[in-house]
Design a protein around this ligand. Structure first.
Ligand code: ADP
Length: 453
């Protein structure tokens, strides 16, 4: 029994009791008045008193009834407000809600359900939900429907639904049983969400993953090809360079000076070609499995001095000053000598390449906590701020036209950065357009075994 019914029954009971009391008193009064001779005024007075009391009680009963009636009205109003609130919640919920009977015939549908299924509410009521499914999904839908009384609830059941205007959408359904107080299933409560966008997103993500895998594979094949071809090119080229070198030595005193000059050109261009191939090979190794370091103990000042002297002819050709400032006179380090040389050669030859007048300065000094700093500063064309992050990316060249004039593969700085990072160091650049560029490399004096990848 609900609260309101109980209240009504209680109120009704009290009133009945009052009425009975009044009735009894009136009855008593009537009996007294009938049997009593008129000449006994006291009895009449008593009877009138009884009547007054009965009227008084009737009055109290009326007031009580009035009060109870007011309580009943306010309870009913509260109940109606609550019902309206639930109705509003149901009506204006962003998701579609439906109530069906146990066979799936729609009994109630909120606004979201109406717009999702594209059928006006009066037309929707009574329709079996199954008609909104494509033919091929109906059998499995009915099977689940039949099992619902035992499984109670199905969550995130993904189906394709057809609106009444023919359009389809992907839906996620959650359905649970409604039971009466003896536990029998009396209906089904449905929550229906349009997940078309989510499904499309998932599909795009899947496609992007497949595409990504394809790209990774293509990249691997490209690197493998690069490694093979660089290796294949390097072998005969090394032999050609060896023979060119031998010939150069034999023919250095040839009476025709032009012969020696031509041989020298062959040798120099061959060496340049070799260095480009080496760069490509390094790059493909770097992509495939990282660069291997072979640490040894040596004097870094020594290495820097030798490397600068090797590069001096390039600076001289362009009438550039090439200075070296090393703050300690010796600086013992444990690192990969060849790879460190490669870093210095790359930075200094870039500095020479991109400078037309002025100087290139190479500085070396010791830092606290067992680190060293190497600085390559030039007075060249400089790099615009927005390009400064990009230059470390493989194949990136600031200005393609310039670089066709300057040559290069765009791999040098990518390799330098990979090497520095493998050595657990850092590289940074600061530059002003038209004024010059400074590259700063910081490295540990001793590379630890974890850096020897
Ligand atoms: P590249 O083989 O083209 O020299 P790098 O990776 O060594 O390739 O350099 C990438 C680009 O960075 C160069 O093409 C150039 O545009 C710019 N760059 C590198 N060093 C300097 C520098 N010292 N001054 C100005 N620009 C530079």
């Amino acid at each position: 029994m609900t609260g309101e019914n109980r209240l009504q029954t209680q109120n009704g009971g009290a009133f009945t009791h009052y009425m009975e009391t009044v009735h009894q008193r009136t009855e008593t009064l009537y009996q007294s008045a009938k049997d009593v001779p008129w000449e006994q005024p006291q009895l009449i007075l008593d009877s009138l008193e009884e009547l007054r009391l009965a009227l008084e009680e009737l009055h109290v009963a009326e007031e009580e009834l009035h009060l109870q009636n007011e309580q009943l009205i306010s309870t009913q109003e509260a109940l109606e407000a609550e019902q309206r609130r639930y109705k509003d919640l149901f009506e204006f919920a962003p998701d579609a809600y439906l109530i069906t009977d146990i066979y799936g015939a729609i009994q109630e549908a909120n606004t979201a359900a109406v717009s999702l299924l594209y059928l006006k509410q009066p037309l929707l009521i009574g329709k079996p939900l199954v008609i909104f499914l494509p033919e091929e999904q109906r059998a499995s839908f009915r099977t689940v429907l039949n099992h619902l009384p035992t499984i109670h609830r199905v969550q995130e059941w993904e189906l394709t639904l057809c609106k009444r205007n023919g359009a389809t959408f992907e839906a996620a359904l959650t359905v649970e049983t409604i039971r009466n107080n003896i536990g029998s299933v009396t209906g089904l409560r449905w929550l229906m969400r349009d997940i078309t966008l989510r499904k499309q997103g998932e599909m795009q993500l899947r496609e992007a993953r497949v595409q990504n895998l394809r790209l990774i594979e293509a990249d691997r094949l490209k690197n493998q090809f690069l490694a093979t071809i660089s290796h294949e090119l390097r072998t005969p080229l090394s032999a050609m360079l060896g023979f060119a070198h031998l010939l150069l030595r034999r023919l250095s005193n040839h009476p025709d000076a032009e012969v020696a000059h031509m041989l020298e050109r062959i040798y120099c261009n061959g060496k340049h070609l070799l260095s480009l191939i080496e760069e490509m090979l390094d790059f493909s190794r770097l992509k495939a499995k990282g660069l291997e370091l072979h640490p040894e103990t040596f004097d870094l000042v020594d290495l820097v001095m030798i490397t600068v002297e090797e590069l001096r002819p390039l600076a001289v050709q362009k009438s550039l000053a090439l200075d070296l400032k090393t703050h300690p006179l010796t600086l013992t380090v444990k690192n990969d000598r060849l790879r460190l040389r490669q870093i210095i050669v790359n930075l200094v030859s870039n500095a020479i390449k991109f400078t037309d007048k002025g100087s290139i300065v190479l500085e070396l000094w010791e830092l606290p906590e067992g680190r060293v700093a190497l600085l390559v500063r030039d007075t060249g064309i400089g790099i615009a701020p927005e390009e400064q992050d990009q230059i470390f990316q493989e194949f990136w060249q600031v200005n393609q036209t310039n670089n066709r004039q300057h040559g290069g593969t765009g791999l040098g700085l990518a390799i330098v950065r990979a090497l520095v990072q493998t050595m657990e160091g850092t590289i940074s650049v600061s530059s002003r357009l038209g004024e010059g560029t400074t590259f700063r490399v910081e490295l540990p004096r001793q590379i630890c075994s974890s850096a020897q990848k």
